[in-house]
Write a protein that binds this ligand. Structure first.
Ligand SMILES: Cc1cc2nc3c(=O)[nH]c(=O)nc-3n(C[C@H](O)[C@H](O)[C@H](O)COP(=O)(O)O)c2cc1C
Length: 219
């Protein structure tokens, strides 16, 4: 089995968490002689090659991060340039993010199912998981702790040919944190994190409060 994997992150390969996830996933997927080709939309010089590969491959995975609760604009810009297929191609997704709760990725997941249809492909499911903020900031064992579980997902995909699998669904982890944890995180964001974000924004020359709404009705 051969799979085309497209990294949909706007971050360049070297700094992309998605890149490290794809590498682990491919390890598991290729264990029994399967093969992958990997491209990055962050490198516009590859776009012609990705379009050509998209046209001929019948099994495609787009791996992407959630950016501001959405699909990265650069990926959508690229996809605007490919021709819809309608030839039985299966399109699956690896959707990953920084925050850990599965619930915040569900809207993106629902859109990806539609996106497969818009591109004339059959939907092969979406592997959903957060808690990946720090992959690129860590090394050796710390990075392995976050990326190695994706290897097993590669094994499952190789066996099943899709992410429509109980093990993949469980991989997401908790849909929501318990109430106490959510309250604590909310408190930290309103206090310590707000203070640090304010400090950072001032260092970058911002002289307005973080919740400034220049187009809000009250202004
Ligand atoms: C501009 C920006 C927006 C982001 N928005 C979200 C978000 O809405 N929810 C979330 O869980 N993570 C968010 N993240 C975190 C990324 O999804 C996460 O770090 C991901 O692993 C990045 O993958 P990449 O390095 O391949 O781009 C955001 C990151 C950036 C830089």
């Amino acid at each position: 089995m051969h799979v085309l994997i497209i990294n949909g992150s706007p971050r360049v390969k070297k700094f992309s968490n998605t890149d490290k996830i794809i590498a682990r996933f491919a390890e598991g997927f290729c264990e029994n002689g399967n093969t992958v080709d990997v491209f990055e939309v962050s490198d516009r010089k590859q776009w012609d090659d990705i379009r050509a590969a998209f046209a001929v491959n019948k099994d495609i995975i787009i791996a992407l991060p959630l950016y501001v609760e959405c699909i990265p604009g650069l990926l959508l810009e690229f996809l605007e340039t490919v021709d819809p297929k309608n030839d039985g191609t299966k399109l699956s997704f690896i959707l990953q993010s920084g925050f850990a709760e599965g619930a915040q990725l569900r809207c993106g997941e629902a859109y990806l199912e539609k996106l497969a249809g818009y591109l004339g492909c059959e939907y092969g499911g979406t592997l959903v998981k957060g808690d990946n903020f720090s992959i690129r900031l860590t090394e050796s064992e710390d990075q392995d702790r976050q990326t190695v579980p994706y290897r097993q997902m590669g094994v499952v995909f190789a066996g099943k040919g899709s992410f429509d699998d109980e093990e993949c669904r469980k991989f997401t982890g908790p849909e929501e944190f318990p109430l106490m944890v959510r309250l604590l995180i909310g408190f930290v964001f309103r206090t310590l994190a707000k203070k640090n974000f304010t400090k950072a924004s001032q260092a970058w020359g911002c002289d307005k409060p973080l919740d400034y709404r220049p187009y809000g009705q009250e202004n």
